[in-house]
Design a protein around this ligand. Structure first.
Ligand code: ING
Ligand code: ZN
Length: 301
């Protein structure tokens, strides 16, 4: 019964379907897929990272690419794309080259509590579901809770705000579990991608400061090269603080701060959180070839 699943990319799936698919992959392709339980959410849901590697790889020797999704509950296209990427890497032998170039760590749902809440109660919910003591409003914006320059401009102190930063850096089980796992692999991870929606733009750190990273030119060049593969949707590439908006405690700033050279936030198409299901495959198929560009670059590092 484990050797079946309900996943496809013609509808948005609940957490059970997504996790059922991850378990199916781990059971079916044990020499490629390792399903890693990195902790539990506030409401006790498992936080999974999918490790995908070539069967011939010697463990922990290749440069690795990290992709996370579902940080914000309502951005349903994000976990849909992450699971599509997992599907392509694992189940299409044509993509073997991507596994030869890099190891892949993919976390399709960083915020499982919020994701389920957005399905059953409030479609436009953004945050996690933790109770922070205000007695009134629940949830922390996980993309304002990471521990680099946390609490400065561009995040909210008010627990009722959509951009509530939490009571301290890494106050949330989801951000602490994610960051601890990334730290363990930090010497291997060369590229950090976090998938959000919406806007068709790739955002380059920093978000906390208008000063550009010293290697900004490298990040800009790689993002431009990757987005040039897109046929259907045209993405812009911009700096977060100076061309988008300033924000602190974001995961991409934190990833950059721990030494992951290429750290990007991707805002997927198109112009709303509620993207019709007919867009899932076009958005995903358009995006996937960019991974060839990213993988080729990290293979040289
Ligand atoms: N947008 C991101 C957000 O967290 C962002 C944009 C990313 C801002 C990184 C600052 C830093 O607000 C969405 N759609 O969530
Ligand atoms: Zn988001």
């Amino acid at each position: 019964n484990k050797a079946v699943h309900r996943m496809d990319w013609t509808s948005y799936h609940r957490l059970d379907d997504i996790y059922g698919y991850l378990n199916y992959l781990a059971d079916t392709y044990p020499n490629i897929v390792q399903l890693i339980d990195i902790g539990t959410s506030y409401e006790n849901r498992t936080l999974y990272v999918v490790h995908i590697s070539h069967p011939s790889s010697i463990p922990e020797t290749k440069p690795a690419i990290w992709i996370d999704a579902g940080v914000h509950a309502r951005e349903w296209i994000s976990p849909a794309l992450a699971t599509y990427i997992i599907h392509q890497l694992v189940e299409d032998p044509a993509n073997e080259g991507l596994l030869l170039s890099a190891d892949w760590y993919i976390m399709p749902l960083m915020n499982p509590d919020g994701y389920e809440y957005s399905h059953v109660k409030n479609r436009l919910w953004r945050k996690s579901r933790s109770e922070t003591g205000s007695g009134k409003c629940r949830g922390v914006d996980l993309n304002r809770n990471f521990g680099y320059q946390w609490g400065d401009r561009g995040a909210y102190v008010d627990p009722c705000a959509k951009g509530f930063r939490g009571v301290k850096a890494f106050s949330e089980p989801e951000t602490i579990a994610t960051s601890n796992f990334i730290l363990k692999k930090a010497n291997l991870i060369k590229l950090y991608l976090t998938l959000h929606s919406f806007g068709q733009v790739v955002l380059i750190p920093w978000g906390h400061s208008a000063t550009l990273p010293s290697d900004y030119g490298d990040l800009l060049a790689l993002a431009k090269s990757a987005t040039s593969t897109f046929q259907r949707y045209k993405y812009k590439v911009v700096n977060l603080a100076t061309q988008f908006y300033r924000a602190t405690g974001t995961s991409a700033d934190w990833a950059k701060s721990i030494g992951i050279k290429y750290s990007y936030t991707v805002e997927l198409p198109t112009n709303g959180f509620i993207l019709p299901v007919s867009n899932i495959l076009p958005v995903s198929q358009d995006f996937f070839p960019a991974l060839n560009v990213f993988a080729a670059e990290v293979a040289t590092l």
